[in-house]
Ligand binder design. Structure first.
Ligand code: HEM
Length: 220
């Protein structure tokens, strides 16, 4: 009998992170935010945290464009820092950079992304996947809620982070992204390490939600 083929990497990475996805999704802060129970200040503070994370992801991306493992994932149509800057200017005013402060969990998250970008391209892919594929999926639910709760213009300032102008067909994009994952040229041991890093990426996100929840303790 021939042993069955291992599952495609995209399936492996997805199933391995399912439980943590549920945890992140059902965090108190996310629940309150999506439930419309928090003010726009909480949304602005969350958006600010995203800016620090995406700055690390996208500054790190520059050096990885030609990397054989991470390079194919670096796509200009995914870049979010420009959209986040516009959202924050809308939410906080033009001087938003002077007052933006990362939470300790956000600094830890951004530092880990930077560390991977500098020294472990496959680990960087784990972070890239966790954020961008999530934004293209559940991010759309968050956008819809934010528009309704705080009255942003549909797909306009305040929610531009969630609007991928240059990706008209997110489902097709996600399919091609998964193909890229399946084709990543690393061995089984390295694949397992990437899956673990993905778990770490989810945990880092959950830690940010936890600290945001402490700052906006509505459900307490
Ligand atoms: C309230 C918050 C969230 C909601 C409502 C949500 C919802 C979803 C939905 C509906 C999908 C699509 C699943 C599919 O394609 O079948 C998805 C996928 C995904 N989400 Fe979330 N999500 C949330 C938070 C997060 C967070 C915090 C992360 C991590 C930072 C994340 C990462 C991902 C990833 C990586 C995928 C792609 C899975 C794959 O197809 O490989 N999500 N999410």
């Amino acid at each position: 009998m021939t042993p069955s083929a291992p599952p495609p990497f995209s399936t492996l990475i997805r199933t391995a992170s399912q439980q943590q996805h549920t945890e992140a999704e059902s965090s108190t802060f996310m629940g309150d935010l999506l439930g419309g129970r928090l003010g726009v200040e909480a949304y602005a503070r969350y958006t600010e945290q995203l800016w620090f994370v995406y700055r690390a992801l996208e500054e790190g991306a520059r050096a990885l464009v030609d990397d054989p493992v991470a390079g194919p994932f670096i796509r200009p149509e995914l870049m979010r820092t420009g959209a986040l800057a516009r959202d924050l200017a809308h939410l906080r005013g033009e001087g938003w950079r002077d007052t933006a402060v990362p939470l300790p969990a956000t600094s830890a998250y951004a530092d880990r992304v930077t560390q991977c970008a500098r020294s472990w391209p496959a680990g960087y892919v784990a972070h890239h996947y966790t954020r961008y594929l999530g934004d293209l999926s559940g991010g759309q639910i968050i956008r819809d809620r934010a528009e309704r709760t705080w009255g942003f213009t549909r797909r306009g300032d305040g929610v531009r982070f969630y609007v991928f102008e240059e990706i008209p067909n997110p489902a097709a994009f996600k399919r091609s992204y998964r193909e890229l994952l399946d084709g990543v040229r690393v061995d089984e041991v390295e694949r397992r390490r990437v899956v673990e890093e993905c778990g770490r990426a989810f945990a880092l996100n959950t830690a940010v939600f936890r600290e945001l929840g402490e700052e906006f303790p509505l459900s307490a």
